[in-house]
Write a protein that binds this ligand. Structure first.
Ligand code: SF4
Ligand code: SF4
Length: 214
């Protein structure tokens, strides 16, 4: 039939259009940030070191072989080998990383470190933003640091804060002086009571002429 393909296409489009509003698996958006879609398993952001058990030091699988450090394309892994050994997960004495740093600002999440590690010791994390959440301790830096990185701006801020502080202190001083003056004022302003005036004599009312006395 002429146009049958067009009709089928339109029907399919209509089915998909309606389905995208009602079919849970086809709803592509959620009420973010109250709802969040779990990242798919293959998501990768930055690497982490795997440890077994509950102690990250004792259970770390990494044996500081430095293969990942050598293979990392942008060279953002920095490892220092330990001078002693500790038992690995099978009890065999192994060297471990005394230091293992990854410069996350350089890491490009290529996963090569994961692929070359023979010890299943390094894997890709999925929670990029969890790792980028700084707490109060990590966020706190001194005013000296602020001066070191933004000297002009920090000097202006310091001058403004000092001026505001001086104004606040002057205001507080004036308020205290006013309160003292107010406290002293009632004693000086209390009026001295006047002696009572003598009682006024009421003049006798003369009876009008022709008016008889009672
Ligand atoms: S993911 Fe790639 S860039 Fe990042 S540390 Fe591993 S090898 Fe280096
Ligand atoms: S390749 Fe694996 S075991 Fe070797 S240093 Fe890197 S993370 Fe550690």
């Amino acid at each position: 039939m002429l146009g049958e393909g067009i009709l089928k296409g339109l029907a399919e489009t209509a089915r998909n259009f309606a389905g995208s509003f009602v079919s849970a698996e086809r709803l592509t958006t959620v009420e973010y940030p109250e709802q969040r879609i779990a990242p798919i398993e293959a998501t990768r952001d930055f690497p982490f070191l795997v440890y077994d058990g509950t102690d990250p030091e004792a259970g770390l699988r990494c044996v500081a072989c430095q293969i990942c450090e050598k293979e990392c394309p942008p060279k953002c892994i920095y490892i220092v080998k330990s001078t002693d050994k500790k038992p690995d997960y099978v009890g065999k004495l192994q060297i471990y990383p005394a230091r293992f740093d990854i410069d996350i600002s350089v890491c490009m999440s290529c996963q090569i470190c994961v692929e070359v590690c023979p010890f299943e010791a390094i894997k890709m994390d999925t929670d990029r933003f969890g790792g980028l959440l700084y707490d109060k301790k990590e966020l706190s830096k001194s005013n000296e640091h602020y001066h070191a990185i933004h000297p002009t701006e920090a000097a202006e801020v310091d001058a403004r804060l000092a001026e505001e502080k001086a104004k606040g202190e002057a205001k507080a001083k004036a308020a205290a002086a006013a309160a003292l003056a107010k406290a002293a004022a009632p004693a000086a302003a209390t009026p001295v009571p006047k002696p009572a005036a003598p009682a006024a004599t009421v003049p006798a009312v003369k009876p009008a002429e022709g008016e008889s006395k009672p």
